[in-house]
Design a protein around this ligand. Structure first.
Ligand code: ASP
Length: 472
């Protein structure tokens, strides 16, 4: 057991001899004296090796990022050398002894400043070094703090965090799913979830009533804009609720997060305003309007609920299945609005049927969305029929959901937040990669681990797969 003291606790140890562990942040050799800044997870302190100190010999060999154990005396700085407002600005560590725990090669980029200025491919290749920088460390810490806050918040409200499988069943609808070959059942594949949607609804059938999960979602989409092949949702589902219950709970939680962790920020309007999809399209030309009154104010948060989306839209050219005239706009499991339910069941005026879907947007970005679900098998089946699926297809792909709804499924609904995107806005970062500890590039590559990558022939044979190489 070391008796190491964290660097941010040193000023409580004035006049004492202490041990710290960490990295050499900066080294300034002034000949007779050497100044060394040390860094650990908690902060930075300036140390000095005085002339004739026995630590001088080791001190001369130190380079930046060497890992050290330092024994030193915490001295109060003379009044004129005190730096106000910075950690350890009032103290200095008089270095008595240094052990080198590990050496370091010269870093490929400096980590003492804002690494956003460094070429991003290099940062991603050496992400573990990028993470040593103060800003990245803060982002990772704040992400954890807010996740922890949400977990406690929801637990107090009776929610359970429940894990759902990553290895799931492929469906033709999930054409943008990643698949995993099964070695035992050659030629068969698991599919990685694009969201835990079906599992969380089945948990409602399972009687849990209030579920949440920080869920990893995987989507093999064409890489455009600020996307990651895997990202994190705060996923929730509740039984015996209406839209209003879910919206109010989420709104309150968002407000509490901002007030607790970002007191310098201002929420433009509470309760959050609401806008229909129709008005959003008419007045802003998109379904996630930026309603900020002052777009230059970095601390302004303008939340907005967008509601009254159409439930179906005409299948366009990118219709993956090629059947039917209509497809769902958001989620095939959504329920139509009460007023439109009869029309929906009669399959009339399809284009005018509105869904219970609610999206939450922040400063012009969608940060979440959800709906009340069709909890009766006849209603869910009706959605698939409207989309032109034949009985066999409905049975093959959704038979398990329809079956589950036959056994007393409670009315239920939920929501999922794009957690990375929310954190990105709160931390004022330009993209979600700054918020994801081990991010992939915008085009889906992991430059540090080198993925995706080919697998050897032997492994392919064992998995029962053969590969058609792309001609690109
Ligand atoms: N599963 C949905 C999604 O990923 C969210 C929801 O409706 O709860 O967008």
């Amino acid at each position: 057991m070391t008796k190491r003291i964290y660097i941010n606790k040193l000023s409580e140890k004035k006049q004492e001899t202490v041990i710290i562990n960490g990295w050499v942040n900066v080294r300034r050799d002034q000949g007779k004296m050497i100044f060394l800044d040390f860094r650990d997870r908690s902060g930075i302190v300036q140390g000095v090796i005085l002339p004739n100190s026995s630590a001088m010999e080791v001190g001369k060999t130190l380079r930046e990022e060497f890992v050290v154990e330092v024994t030193g005396k915490v001295n109060e700085r003379p009044e004129k050398n005190k730096k106000v407002g910075i950690l350890n600005g009032d103290i200095e560590l008089e270095i008595l002894h240094i052990s080198v725990l590990n050496e370091s090669a010269t870093l490929p980029f400096p980590i003492s400043g804002d690494t956003r200025e460094v070429n991003e491919s290099i940062r991603l290749k050496y992400r573990y070094l990028d993470l040593r920088s103060a800003r990245m460390k803060k982002n990772v810490e704040n992400r954890f703090k807010i996740q922890n806050f949400i977990r406690n918040y929801l637990e107090k409200d009776g929610f359970l965090e429940i894990e759902t499988p990553l290895l799931s069943a492929p469906t033709p609808e999930g054409s943008r799913s990643y698949v995993v070959p099964s070695r035992i059942y050659k030629g068969s594949f698991y599919s990685l979830p694009q969201s835990p949607q079906q599992y969380k609804q089945l948990l409602m059938v399972g009687g849990f009533e209030k579920y949440f999960q920080f869920a990893r979602c995987m989507r093999d989409e064409d890489t455009r804009g600020d996307r990651q092949p895997e990202f994190t949702q705060l996923d929730m589902e509740m039984s015996f609720v209406y839209e209003e219950d879910i919206m109010q709970l989420n709104e309150k939680m968002l407000i509490d997060i901002v007030k607790t962790y970002y007191p310098e920020k201002k929420i433009q309007q509470i309760p959050f305003p609401r806008m229909s999809y129709k008005d959003a399209m008419k007045n802003y030309g998109n379904d996630r309007p930026d309603i900020r009154e002052d777009k230059t104010d970095a601390n302004l948060l303008a939340f907005l609920w967008v509601v009254d989306f159409p439930m179906f839209e005409k299948t366009g050219e990118d219709n993956v299945d090629g059947t039917g005239e209509w497809t769902f706009t958001h989620n095939p499991f959504s329920k139509p609005r009460e007023d439109d339910f009869e029309k929906f069941m009669r399959k009339e005026g399809i284009g005018e049927i509105l869904t219970t879907q609610y999206d939450i947007t922040l400063n012009g970005l969608e940060i979440g969305g959800g709906s009340i679900r069709n909890h009766k098998p006849s209603a869910l089946r009706n959605t698939f029929e409207i989309m032109g699926y034949n009985t066999e297809r409905i049975e093959n792909n959704f038979g398990h959901m329809l079956k589950a709804l036959e056994f007393g499924a409670p009315p239920h609904g939920g929501i999922a937040w794009g957690f990375d995107r929310l954190m990105m806005i709160l931390e004022q970062e330009p993209n979600i990669r700054e918020i994801i500890t081990f991010a992939k590039t915008g085009d889906g590559r992991d430059l540090m681990m080198n993925a995706p990558a080919e697998i050897p022939e032997k492994q392919r044979t064992e998995l029962g797969i053969s590969v058609i190489k792309s001609s690109l």
